[in-house]
Design a protein around this ligand. Structure first.
Ligand SMILES: Cc1ncc(COP(=O)(O)O)c(C=O)c1O
Length: 379
């Protein structure tokens, strides 16, 4: 377990922020890197053409380490939705074929597939919430030969259920299905490796477990799709982009690897350095160590919450960093408002109370949540 890293964040002592799955706090060194970058635009005459490229390349190099890929396979995108839409633009699905998604899947990984199914005469195949909470087994059952695409996360976001993507990837290859992943609720806190999972596309927004700023994400594109169709047809994704004076000598050639899938204006001078700084810190701590730290808080919380009538699946069916507590009756968003009045922050998603601690949390934060829940139960 990591020692508490709260000193790197601007979190007042009286705030118990247990809500990384909503939005992580930006750490102080990342804020400094972002401010440095924002200020660069105060003097645009000092911003040279190569700088439109160097930041994005640094981002690619460091983001690639979270995917276990080469930087060449990473595109700089604005959101998880952007990455999933790119996947939907490229993956084939024919009439009558199936696209597998999960019950209550996050909308950015649902709507693009819903639209694709409509356009191609394919059908969505929704894996229902399994009574035994074994999402992996339920997905494996759904992977029949008529499945064209499995569009999945590593963690089902309203239950905290963990999917074994290595086994699922293998099963997809057996039936000839493509695999598109939304890793927003796991990359940075669960180890991941494209060489064992072998996805076609995998995306993560940076603002949660990658501890980065908002409006930035990393998209892994498998080499077999590097000649695919990009969402945007801008200038910076083209092979001749570095030569600003010749941009109107239009080129049919794209920049190498996954760079053609980059979003427009990817050279964000403020958010790219902040994201890079945050990812470097995560790698310094170690993804496994962060995972073990969150896991220890969550085990403690799950045990205390059980005494108050809450329940949650145990690991390994539940992701270690992601605790969704349920009660016999649905939990409503009113609970988060009550807790927020005590400066205790969690989320309600679906009918669960979602608690997602990180290395900036303390045992006292957990105790404050439990104490509040006890007071609410006693009323
Ligand atoms: C599972 C999951 N994916 C993606 C996102 C964010 O999606 P986007 O980057 O498209 O806004 C969230 C945000 O809560 C999420 O929980």
């Amino acid at each position: 377990m990591l020692a508490c890293q709260r000193h790197l964040f601007d979190i007042p002592d009286d705030v118990a922020y247990l809500n990384c799955a909503y939005m992580s706090p930006l750490m102080k060194p990342a804020i400094e890197a972002g401010i440095w970058g924002l200020k660069r635009k105060a003097h645009p005459w000092e911003l040279t053409a190569p700088e439109f490229f160097t930041g994005a390349e640094e981002f690619r190099v460091i983001a690639a380490r979270f995917f276990g890929s080469t930087p060449d396979c990473i595109a700089v995108v604005s959101s998880a939705g952007y990455g999933i839409q790119t996947a939907a633009l490229n993956l084939p699905a024919g009439k009558g074929q199936k696209i597998v998604v999960l019950d209550e899947q996050f909308p950015s990984n649902y709507y693009p597939w819903h639209q694709l199914a409509d356009q191609r005469g394919a059908d969505l195949k929704v894996v229902r919430w399994p009574a035994d909470n074994d999402w992996t087994a339920a997905v494996l059952d759904s992977l029949t030969p008529d499945v064209a695409i499995a569009a999945l996360p590593n963690v089902q976001w309203t239950s905290g259920g963990r999917l074994d993507l290595v086994r699922i990837g293998e099963a997809c290859r057996k039936v000839g299905a493509a695999l598109a992943l939304d890793l927003t609720q796991s990359l940075g806190v669960l180890p991941f490796d494209v060489s064992t999972v072998q996805p076609d596309f995998a995306v993560a927004a940076c603002y949660k477990w990658l501890l980065g700023p908002y409006s930035l994400g990393a998209l892994y594109v498998a080499p077999k799709w590097h000649n695919g169709v990009a969402l945007e047809q801008g200038w910076i994704q083209r092979a001749n982009a570095q030569d600003f004076s010749s941009l109107v000598l239009y080129s049919d050639e794209y920049d190498a690897g996954a760079r053609r899938f980059d979003m427009g204006e990817r050279a964000n001078f403020a958010s790219i350095p902040a994201a890079v700084q945050a990812m470097k810190q995560i790698l310094d701590w170690g993804v496994e160590e962060i995972s073990a730290t969150s896991a220890a808080f969550n085990r403690y919380l799950a045990e205390s919450a059980t005494e108050l009538g809450f329940s949650a699946p145990n690991e390994p069916l539940r992701a270690p960093h992601y605790l969704c507590l349920r009660k016999a009756e649905p939990i409503t968003p009113e609970l988060t408002r009550t807790l927020a009045r005590e400066k205790v922050y969690v989320s309600v998603r679906g009918t669960s109370m979602r608690v997602t601690p990180h290395a900036y949390n303390t045992r006292e934060d957990c105790d404050r949540l439990i104490a509040c829940l006890k007071r609410i139960a006693a009323k």
